[in-house]
Design a protein around this ligand. Structure first.
Ligand code: RTP
Ligand code: MG
Length: 139
């Protein structure tokens, strides 16, 4: 099934100039970049994006981290893109991430873990319009 998913290359990776390497891994995995841009999230935007985690102990730290520098957000498309990108990202904690995954190669720790990817079709359907208008996504 052709799907879209939302990717964020997080501040730890952008600040180490890894965005190009990560986009190359995304494309090598067969995912197509339909939209991309670099932005710096405001505190309110980070809190809204991660609202699902607001009761978790790491929420404040996560929002601090996600606003600490620019991120590269992208809309990706491909066969089963949501799971395909989750597989490419690897486990949340890089200590558990498989060889060949983005987080195994580039993540620093369980928080500074290089990338975000939507976790379900309903999530992708909220997250892509959070960052991109229809006009910004190529057909
Ligand atoms: P993401 O949402 O960023 O794609 O990552 P994920 O699904 O693999 O992980 P999730 O459980 O949704 O957590 C969101 C992000 O919060 C940070 N985190 N910190 N300190 C901690 O124990 C902890 N746990 C999660 C990570 O940046 C994680 O990606
Ligand atoms: Mg998640």
């Amino acid at each position: 099934m052709l799907q879209r998913t939302l990717s964020i290359i997080k501040p730890d990776a952008v600040s180490r100039n890894l965005a190009g390497d990560i986009l190359a891994m995304i494309q090598a995995a067969g995912l197509t970049v339909k939209a991309t841009k670099m932005i710096q999230l405001t505190r309110a935007q980070a809190e809204a994006f991660y609202a699902v985690h607001k009761e978790r102990p790491f929420y404040g730290s996560l929002c601090d981290f996600m606003t600490s520098g620019p991120v590269v957000v992208s809309a990706l498309e491909g066969e089963n893109a949501i799971q395909a990108y989750r597989d490419l990202m690897g486990a949340t904690n890089p200590a558990n991430a498989a060889e060949g995954t983005i987080r195994k190669r580039f993540a620093l720790d369980v928080e500074k873990n290089a990338v975000h990817g939507s976790d379900a079709p309903e999530t992708a359907a909220q997250e892509i319009p959070f960052f991109f208008s229809a006009l910004e996504i190529v057909g």
